[in-house]
Design a protein around this ligand. Structure first.
Ligand SMILES: [Zn+2]
Length: 374
């Protein structure tokens, strides 16, 4: 005789329902999900507004003032966001050159590029090769004006010996940012976001004047393999690599192996890669399909990645769905995309978003000074 016969069907149903509810609760406590939007600008090259300083006319197909509007729009869509820049912000047009020649006019002035970028609350950035074009002193003074941290892990002070154990990084190699995100249960979760930066070693050859006998640039992949486990040990839940290097290594670079985004994607422990330098888009529809490179989701060897073009013409976005497995935040799925500031109709570039008036106002004085001193 089964003892269930003594329990009324009503009680049995209640017991089953409570069990189901309990299990759902237990699952949601163990497995909250976080939707995290990671945004990227890259290769702005001092194009804070859309203006062709050579032809002396406004342009609609580039300029950070429009990218800034895209950033603000993208932030409204998702509660959890991060914003990064992958380098080459200071040099590339008359605006950047005037900032260099005037050296911000007063000693305590902020570089006009950062007057604009500081308004967007960047989480971190890395240096590009062009950041070195005007020399190390100017670079130091410029970066002092950024209200967000700069990281680079593979530029070292040249100590003129072959022993690596005593090598000292020129920049802060990485940061671990504590950020609060809203999870799928509406609860706040604190995540440690590790951010590390890399620069293509070709910069040392292109700007020999400033690198020779002073700084060396080490292999990107080997540097990542050294630092990523250290960042994990320090509690980084996710690791974002900012890489100023293209999908492929620079042609003419002595050491090709390990100095590309493709090779960086093979390093274990990196959650996402935001890259620049080659002025391309990733994902892109016309990009060549190679082994391990997925233009549909925007992954390289399974690692979410994005490259946002150049001069602010696109905003790069990686949407990550994170879940906890055995207490560790893990990527369940991802989607990378690039959002343009313009569309092309009959060969005309039509803006699809307005310039952010805050940005325009912040750089207007420097813009006019640039025009007057050309
Ligand atoms: Zn570059």
């Amino acid at each position: 005789m089964s003892k269930f016969k003594k329990i009324s069907p009503f009680i049995l149903i209640v017991v089953i329902m409570l069990n189901v509810l309990n299990r759902t609760n237990a699952q949601s406590i163990i497995d909250p999900a976080i939707r995290l939007r990671i945004m990227e600008t890259t290769d702005l090259h001092a194009n804070m507004i859309g203006y062709d300083y050579e032809k002396d006319k406004p342009k609609t197909e580039y300029g950070f003032a429009r990218t800034a509007s895209l950033i603000k729009e993208a932030r409204k869509e998702e509660p959890n966001t991060l914003l990064f820049d992958a380098g080459d912000v200071l040099v590339g047009n008359a605006f950047g050159e005037y900032a260099y020649l005037s050296h911000f006019l007063n000693p305590h002035d902020i570089h006009p590029v950062f007057k604009a970028m500081n308004l967007l609350n960047y989480d971190a950035a890395t240096v590009g090769n062009h950041e070195f074009n005007y020399g190390l002193d100017f670079l130091r003074d410029s970066l002092q004006g950024a209200n967000f941290p700069y990281v680079n892990a593979n530029i070292y002070i040249d100590d003129h010996n072959d022993f690596e154990g005593d090598d000292i990084n020129y920049f802060n190699p990485y940061v671990i940012l504590e950020r609060q995100f809203m999870d799928s249960n509406g609860k706040k979760q604190t995540l440690k976001v590790g951010v590390i930066g890399f620069l293509t070693p070709i910069a040392a050859e292109w700007d020999k004047e400033y690198f020779q006998d002073k700084l060396i640039i080490k292999n990107i992949k080997k540097t990542a393999e050294h630092f990523v486990p250290i960042m994990k040990d320090k509690g980084a839940d996710i690791i974002i690599a900012l890489a100023h290097v293209g999908m492929e290594a620079d042609k003419g670079l002595k050491e090709q192996k390990g100095n590309s985004v493709y090779d960086l994607s093979e390093v274990e422990g990196i959650t996402a890669i935001l890259y620049g330098h080659s002025h391309s888009l990733f994902p892109s529809y016309d990009g060549q399909i190679e082994k391990g490179i997925d233009h549909k989701t925007g992954t390289i060897n399974g690692i979410p990645a994005v490259q946002a073009g150049y001069w602010g013409n696109h905003l790069g976005i990686i949407d990550l769905d994170l879940i906890q497995i055995d207490g560790k935040w893990t990527v369940k799925s991802s989607q990378s995309s690039v959002r343009p500031i313009f569309q092309t109709i009959d060969h005309n570039k039509i803006p699809i978003i307005n310039e952010d008036p805050e940005i325009v106002k912040a750089i207007m004085y420097s813009h006019i000074e640039t025009l007057m001193n050309k």
